[in-house]
Write a protein that binds this ligand. Structure first.
Ligand SMILES: Cc1cc2nc3c(=O)[nH]c(=O)nc-3n(C[C@H](O)[C@H](O)[C@H](O)COP(=O)(O)OP(=O)(O)OC[C@H]3O[C@@H](n4cnc5c(N)ncnc54)[C@H](O)[C@@H]3O)c2cc1C
Length: 421
């Protein structure tokens, strides 16, 4: 089969459409929301919700069957569900990474339901994103003593056999969109958070399970919203759960603890799907910075010359071209990882590789842009310094650069988590 490097038509169309959103709704307010941390861009949220509904999608969460149905003989087009989402995310992050995180829809919460839920649970919990009101979901795995090593979580879920409910106790931190998913549920639709807990602490990873906790559940409280370096418009919540009761059927996957680590694998499967998307978001920020640099250079009479031998280029031209190469190669890794997800091929290696590469490239490019622009880069008059602050998070959440390097090494060398840590 020939390799096709042209982006499929739906991707080109969505990129074109989202450029208008970037120009009209994101960029003009990027600075405002950076300076007014925790203010919610409601009009953007409502607009995006309506726009997504009008275009037939309820969220940017992947549809179960990509763009084609399993076993549908008439559907001959290649599946591009994840590739399309990656392109959308790249485009929105190019506008503003924090505002992209304010997009209504399931985000990591829905991704966890996709990865660990049964078909009935997917049907039940994901339908709400098509509702009239914008609806959010978040995923809470990180705890004070369990970030990179999330198998160390201490949040506990115990089954109350009398009521057939799970009783959950624990403290979660750094939950993206936690507030919008949980406590803003009156203004918004019926949001939920997916809480990872252990049902058997003695079983280690085999005891880990995810629970859908509906917005407003008694016993669950947003303890604080983080003040952050970047993506300041996106709420990052600390959440406490004290005797929070959820129905038995809200446990994602099996309630039986066997020797298998299927619960933990559910968490990891979520990341196989979402790490390339985080990589895509970083690339959007880096592209924004690089395009801005080229624009400023041109305004000052420096137009990058392509096709000349390297020794004939100025230092600035070499730096810009090198950054473009870095950006394009990082994007190709995103395409590979998402193409594999679309084609239901195991992509743990490629997902982590794409995230490592993008985290590095994005951090380097945004810093370099500030460096080359000098005072213009450092000034708050322009967004370059903000992009540098925003970019770093893509190398931290959903597995830091170091952790994803470990995942890559384990996959290539054939070591388990306990053999290479
Ligand atoms: C803005 C933001 C949003 C977030 N959103 C979410 C969310 O929605 N849901 C959620 O559950 N979590 C979320 N997180 C948490 C994020 O995923 C964790 O912060 C991240 O996984 C790192 O965990 P940690 O903070 O405990 O750091 P640690 O694990 O303590 O790591 C600290 C440093 O040590 C390094 N390190 C750790 N172990 C190793 C090792 N074995 N080898 C080499 N180096 C190592 C790390 O790479 C890092 O540099 C978010 C975090 C932030 C900042």
């Amino acid at each position: 089969m020939p390799i096709e490097f042209e982006a499929p038509k739906p991707i080109v169309q969505t990129q074109f459409m989202l450029k208008t959103v970037v120009d009209e709704m994101m960029r003009p307010r990027s600075r405002y929301f950076d300076e007014h941390e925790h203010e919610v861009p409601w009009d953007y949220i409502e607009f995006m919700h309506l726009a997504m509904k009008a275009s037939g999608g309820s969220s940017l969460a992947p549809r179960e069957n990509g763009n084609g149905k399993d076993g549908d003989e008439k559907e001959k087009r290649p599946r591009i569900g994840y590739q399309l989402i990656a392109a959308q995310i790249e485009s929105l992050a190019y506008g503003d990474l924090g505002m992209y995180h304010c997009l209504p829809g399931g985000a990591l919460g829905a991704a966890a339901v996709h990865a660990a839920g049964t078909p009935e649970q997917k049907e039940k919990f994901l339908a709400r994103f098509k509702d009239e009101k914008p609806t959010f979901a978040a995923m809470c795995i990180t705890e004070a003593g369990a970030g990179s090593d999330n198998s160390a979580i201490r949040t506990r879920a115990v089954l109350d056999e009398k009521t057939n409910e799970w009783v959950i106790n624990g403290e979660k931190i750094f939950v993206t969109g936690g507030d919008k998913s949980f406590s803003e549920y009156e203004k918004l639709g019926n949001g939920f958070i997916v809480v990872w807990a252990t049902i058997d602490p003695s079983a280690g990873r085999a005891g880990m399970r995810a629970f859908v906790v509906e917005g407003g559940t008694p016993g669950v409280r947003i303890v604080k919203l983080e003040h952050k370096l970047g993506i300041r418009v996106s709420d990052t919540a600390a959440i406490s759960l004290v005797d929070a009761r959820v129905p038995f059927e809200n446990i994602l996957g099996s309630a039986t603890v066997e020797k298998s680590t299927s619960g933990f694998r559910g968490a990891m499967a979520t990341f196989d799907a979402t790490r390339p998307l985080v990589a895509a978001s970083g690339i959007g920020v880096a592209r924004a910075a690089l395009e801005f640099l080229k624009e400023k250079l041109e305004e000052n009479g420096v137009k990058i010359q392509y096709g000349l031998p390297r020794q004939k280029l100025s230092n600035i031209e070499r730096e810009v071209i090198d950054m473009e190469i870095m950006l394009k190669s990082a994007w190709l890794m995103v395409i590979k990882a998402t193409w594999m997800a679309d084609n239901k091929k195991p992509n743990a290696l490629e997902a982590s590789m794409s995230k490592v590469k993008s985290g590095d490239v994005t951090t380097k490019i945004t810093q370099k842009v500030v460096e080359i622009l000098g005072p213009l880069g450092y000034s708050r008059e322009f967004l370059a310094e903000k992009w540098m602050r925003d970019a770093k998070i893509t190398d931290i959440y959903e597995g830091t650069g170091q952790i994803n390097r470990l995942v890559v090494a384990r996959q290539i060398l054939g070591y388990s988590g306990s053999e290479l840590r």
